[in-house]
Design a protein around this ligand. Sequence first.
Ligand code: ATP
Ligand code: SKM
Ligand code: MG
Length: 176
Amino acid sequence: MTTKVFLVGYMGCGKSTLARKLSRRTGVRAVDTDAEVERMEGASVGDIFRYEGEERFRELERSVVERVAASGEACIVATGGGLPTWSDNMEMLSKAGTTVYLRRSAERIAARLTPYGRAKRPKLQGLGDAELVEFMRRNIAEREPYYAQAALVLDCDTLSDEEAVERIIHYLEGNE
Ligand SMILES: Nc1ncnc2c1ncn2[C@@H]1O[C@H](COP(=O)(O)OP(=O)(O)OP(=O)(O)O)[C@@H](O)[C@H]1O
Ligand SMILES: O=C(O)C1=C[C@@H](O)[C@@H](O)[C@H](O)C1
Ligand SMILES: [Mg+2]
């Protein structure tokens, strides 16, 4: 694999998990924009939102993808769930490599998220069980026009992680 792959999609859809699996399968380095931002700031995503605000978080994640896009190295990038919806980020990702949208329904995401997984995602904080799916359904619909600009769209509700990995590799082989 000689390209950059950017996994995009709603928070909790499985970008970070799949990036690690793709990395193991291909030997190509995985990068996680949320983890990079946390490393740069020495603070968690939750604390950056809380103490510095979302705008600052979005500047930081933009600087991470700018750096990744400018590097000559092949890599598999798990992007933050909101990243494609800010500024011209989606356009930048599409120019820098192959974008893949991991589409997963609100119901399926809600069923996968642990209480800790919910607590560490600032956008989901304060939502009760009953409100969570409804919030995510609306929010996914708002973000879908950005995610759907990806070169490859995978309906992950009906795919195992292993099948998704194979689909991505097959797509890249046909397009490299
Ligand atoms: N194959 C799987 N089967 C069931 N649950 C899973 C699987 N892979 C991941 N999960 C659960 O889904 C959660 C979300 O996955 P992950 O962190 O990869 O999503 P993400 O898209 O990177 O989210 P974010 O946009 O918030 O960074 C994980 O913390 C885990 O609890
Ligand atoms: O969807 C979002 O807006 C977010 C997703 C996460 O990956 C983090 O980047 C943060 O929790 C915000
Ligand atoms: Mg992630």
